[in-house]
Design a protein around this ligand. Structure first.
Ligand code: SF4
Length: 366
């Protein structure tokens, strides 16, 4: 059975017509579903008698189910969702410093084929692409999660499990639904797509006209170090990636963010900060320094560690002295397996503990 998260307005229009209801109800009905976190209640007054029940019988509100929920002291919430085929994916809600807002982090694939050496997701390999509906369901779940603590889901980033550029059709479809005014209404500027630097994907996203933000993960200032950390770095060189980012910025008018995860003794020296500053040069791009959440032994058997605070400050200072706009991003939810793929990997095929399942059940309505 197909869930409502997969349905287009045209699908709903056709079905209403087939049932003898006015097809013109379709956009309002789907909008109601998107803006109420996937809830199909209550029927608003204009809905014809019996329509809600028929819709629920035809299209269940979701095909995936929350099976585990972890809450960190800082309010970060990580949710593990089981898909119809039994696979699992993660999504995360991160409270903003403004008390009424929150940001969501979405997965675009089950597992990942990119093989970034410090990443937990890729350790269990790639399984499959998510459908646009499965991504929409993560957004709706995070909307409910945010509403439950008096916040509004304000921004979204595709930075969870998977490389969004390798599932770009479905990612763009999900973005159109959740960000466009017709349905989700979040706004294009509220969405960021993050990539390890898949240039054809960057070009396609620029051409799409969606006008979302782009974040590019560099993680090293030179191709040799980068290729050791990110196998994609062997195919896509830094100079070419930055040229694609330049074109993205020129085409969309959206400033590109450069992500750089500081790893102790690997990419965090002053010399590397200077090389990074030279690479960014005069570009009006923002460097976002991420704090690493350790994930145990890497694919290559390395035990990566986060840089210490003094090193991070020194690194930022070098960048800023060279005129680069740089910020350190706080690490979120460290005690709850918040690095992408960590929670899923830790559970593996294990049974969900009953107290966790019970906690999830209070959250998971579908
Ligand atoms: S960091 Fe992202 S792209 Fe790299 S392996 Fe992990 S999920 Fe995939």
């Amino acid at each position: 059975m197909i869930a409502l998260s997969e349905a287009t307005v045209d699908d709903v229009r056709r079905q209403l017509d087939a049932w003898g209801y006015k097809p013109s109800h379709a956009p309002g009905l789907l909008r109601h579903y998107y803006r109420n976190g996937g809830e199909f209640l209550p029927p608003y007054p204009l809905w014809p008698e019996g329509l809600r029940e028929r819709l629920l019988a035809h299209w269940p509100p979701a095909s995936s189910t929350a099976i585990l929920r972890q809450v960190a002291e800082d309010g970060t919430v990580k949710v593990l969702r089981r898909l119809q085929d039994g696979r699992t994916v993660e999504c995360v809600l991160m409270p903003d410093y403004r008390g009424d807002r929150a940001a969501g982090c979405l997965s675009s694939q089950v597992g990942c084929a990119m093989g970034c050496d410090f990443c937990a997701t890729t350790k269990s390999g790639y399984e499959r692409n998510l459908t646009s509906g499965e991504m929409v369901e993560q957004v709706l779940a995070l909307r409910r999660e945010a509403a439950s603590v008096g916040r509004r889901l304000q921004t979204l980033v595709f930075m969870g499990m998977g490389e969004p550029m390798l599932n770009l059709d479905a990612v763009m479809d999900a973005i159109r639904r959740v960000a466009g005014n017709e349905l989700g209404g979040l706004g294009w500027r509220q969405v960021t797509v993050s990539t390890v630097g898949i240039i054809p994907g960057i070009e396609r996203l620029a051409d799409s006209g969606l006008g979302v933000h782009l974040a590019v993960s560099l993680h090293a200032p030179d191709d040799a170090t980068r290729a050791r950390l990110l196998p994609a770095g062997r195919r896509f060189l830094l100079a070419d990636i930055l040229a694609a980012a330049d074109r993205y910025q020129a085409r969309t008018g959206r400033p590109v963010t450069l992500q750089y995860c500081l790893l102790r003794g690997v990419n965090d020296s002053e010399a590397q900060a200077q090389t990074l500053a030279a690479l960014v040069g005069e570009r009006r791009m923002h460097v976002n320094l991420l704090r690493y959440n350790p994930t145990g032994l890497s694919l290559q058997g390395v035990n990566y560690l986060p840089s210490d605070a003094a090193t991070e400050v020194r690194f930022i200072t070098v960048l800023r002295q060279a005129g680069v706009v740089a910020h350190g991003r706080r690490s979120r939810g460290r005690e709850i397996d918040a690095a992408c793929g960590q929670l899923r990997r830790r559970l593996g095929g294990a049974e969900i503990p009953s107290d966790a399942a019970k906690a999830a059940a209070t959250f998971a309505e579908h």
